[in-house]
Design a protein around this ligand. Structure first.
Ligand SMILES: O=P(O)(O)OC[C@H]1O[C@H](O)[C@H](O)[C@@H](O)[C@@H]1O
Length: 357
């Protein structure tokens, strides 16, 4: 196992600097705010039936999910995250469609884009370039171009999420969020000191959890209304960053189905490492009670259980405080095993095989 206090070794294993990029989210989120603010939108005040986000993967679709959760009690129209090749039948000229592909080359998103164009939807693209940027240029679709980095959209979550938020406020669909975003940037710069590579294991909860879960299957339980997509993000990050299959579910829903599976044989359930996402401010009394009961039951059944708590002055901060901790945990987990967190070999294999005739 790698000594997570050995910063030089950590940097050697993390050959594409995913930790450094994550440590610099405060800068990324700041730039993203400016990108959003400088983007001109047409027809502010126009009414839409719904918002559809076309995009897939740990960056683009998760950003859509986080947006949906964050705006749950503010937006008066639904947000639909659409990850596949097709767009739903109800999409039409009254739909606001964000086409989001960081690379601009993801085949599902490009196929869905072509359908959306035919339906005459009001579209805005967010991409660093690729085929999507080219198609949008030809079709006259307003496009917000974000920095390219190295082609791992999951570490560009700020560039995808923040501009969508700013654009929604420019369109008059939500209140202005600049103050909340600035609060988040401040929080990220505080938290990076706690979770960053330079902070030793003894003072670094992200490193501690990454080491603690070694040998277990991660299971992330979030909750409605704000922590479903956060749990989804962390589960995805375990896959892409940690090279670990992980699972997630959402309270209270899981109490009506998955929970029955907790009666599985002890030798199976003991392989899980439960991370329970908690928020002392945003979790309602009912949700808090359900989480307490869940922990009471699972403490003696699962291999280990760990509660992680949201923090921060507003909802955006609180949600992203857990996204941020999750990003660090899922980066340290592979490094602890001597594995480089950035390459995604299986995804590349899929892309190659799908391109073959
Ligand atoms: O945002 P896009 O460039 O369309 O990428 C979509 C997805 O592609 C790949 O699968 C990446 O590994 C994911 O992290 C990414 O989210």
């Amino acid at each position: 196992m790698i000594d997570l206090n050995d910063v030089e070794k950590i940097r050697q294993i993390d050959t594409m600097n995913s930790l450094i990029t994550t440590e610099n989210y405060d800068v990324q989120f700041g730039e993203s705010l400016d990108l959003g603010k400088n983007f001109e939108v047409a027809n502010p005040g126009r009414k839409f039936h719904e918002i559809i986000i076309l995009g897939t993967g740990g960056g683009s679709s998760v950003a859509g999910g986080l947006l949906r959760s964050y705006l749950f009690d503010e937006l008066e129209i639904p947000v639909i995250v659409n990850q596949g090749y097709n767009v739903p039948a109800f999409a039409d000229s009254d739909s606001l469609i964000f086409v989001v592909s960081h690379s601009g080359n993801t085949e599902e998103t490009l196929a869905a884009y072509e359908q959306a164009i035919k339906k005459g939807a009001f579209m805005i693209a967010i991409t660093s370039g690729g085929k999507l940027a080219e198609m949008c240029r030809n079709d006259g679709i307003p496009t917000l171009i974000v920095p390219y980095d190295i082609g791992h959209p999951r570490r560009d979550i700020g560039y995808i999420f923040i501009p969508m938020l700013v654009i929604l406020s420019k369109l008059g669909l939500i209140q202005d969020k600049e103050e909340e975003i600035r609060g988040l940037i401040q929080l990220l710069s505080t938290l990076k000191k706690r979770y960053g590579a330079e902070t030793p294991v003894e003072q670094n909860p992200a490193k501690q959890i990454a080491m603690d879960l070694y040998g277990y299957i991660p299971l992330v339980y979030g909750s409605l209304e704000y922590y479903d997509s956060v749990a989804w993000r962390i589960k995805n990050q375990f896959g892409e960053n940690s090279k670990l299959m992980a699972f997630y579910n959402v309270i209270p829903c899981l109490h009506h189905d998955e929970a029955v599976g907790w009666d599985m044989p002890q030798e199976l359930i003991k392989n899980f490492y439960l991370m329970m996402l908690r928020d002392d401010l945003l979790d309602s009394p009912k949700i808090k009670k359900r989480k307490d009961i869940t922990l009471d039951i699972l403490r003696t059944r699962m291999g280990k259980v760990r509660e992680i708590f949201a923090e921060g002055e507003n909802r955006l901060c609180r949600m992203f405080s857990l996204v941020y901790l999750g990003d660090f945990i899922t980066l340290y987990a592979p490094i602890y095993r001597g594995v480089d967190p950035t390459p995604v070999d299986v995804i590349n294999l899929f892309k190659k095989k799908m391109a073959q005739q």
